[in-house]
Write a protein that binds this ligand. Structure first.
Ligand code: IMP
Length: 196
């Protein structure tokens, strides 16, 4: 008999993230999106940490929809800005909406006189499985470029240069990014855990 692939909900509808995660898991795991389980809720992200927000989202799906689930939250932590925008990364430019163009413009302006352009992307993934909660973290260190470069990816990819690469994520492309990114590193820990 053919073995059925296990399913797990990824609490997102972000098409970029879904395809990144599905590429990382391949055919080992059937990843369902929020739309796939008919969840169209605007899940509140009210915690003051990435870990806290990831847990809120995973618990929301488990408690209301009954699925084992994982959720992620990512922040860009810039040294010269004391770790900002951090948990506010998505709504850095405007508190009430996500505008990637405005976010990168605000970041470049905030660093226009900065000598230290170091930063890191950090992802927290919360998994709820078999009644237990687990959190995994992935970090990629790098620098903020002085201008936008490249066309691939999303969000802050045109201004984030991972350490030692000399190019932005948007120049490096999805394949390279998927090997070294914050999310890839957090997902690698999730995969190790699920395969244990
Ligand atoms: P989220 O928690 O994954 O939704 O991410 C919060 C914010 O970080 C959003 O504004 C995203 O655009 C940005 N972000 C998350 N992951 C990435 C990435 O891999 N590259 C660039 N920006 C990202």
């Amino acid at each position: 008999m053919q073995q059925q692939t296990a399913s797990l909900v990824f609490a997102t509808n972000n098409a970029h993230k879904l395809s990144e995660i599905r590429a990382i898991f391949g055919d080992k795991l059937n990843i369902l999106s929020l739309a796939d389980i008919n969840c169209h809720d605007d899940i509140p992200e009210t915690a003051d940490t990435l870990e806290g927000n990831a847990l809120i989202k995973a618990r929301w799906v488990k408690e209301r929809y009954g699925y084992d689930c994982f959720a992620d939250d990512t922040g860009l932590e810039v040294t010269a800005l004391g770790g900002a925008p951090g948990v506010h990364t998505a709504r850095y430019a405007y508190p009430d909406r996500h505008d990637p163009e405005a976010n990168t413009a605000k970041l470049l302006a905030a660093l226009s006189n900065a000598d230290d352009r170091t930063a890191q992307f950090r992802t927290a993934i919360a998994l709820i499985q078999n009644g237990e909660e687990h959190v995994f973290e992935g970090v990629v260190r790098g620098e903020i470029a002085t201008e936008k470069r490249g066309t691939e990816g999303f969000g802050y990819d045109p201004v984030f240069m991972p350490e030692g690469m000399g190019k932005t994520f948007a120049e490096l492309g999805v394949e390279v990014k998927n090997r070294i990114s914050h999310r890839a590193r957090a997902v690698a820990k999730l995969v190790d855990f699920l395969n244990r």
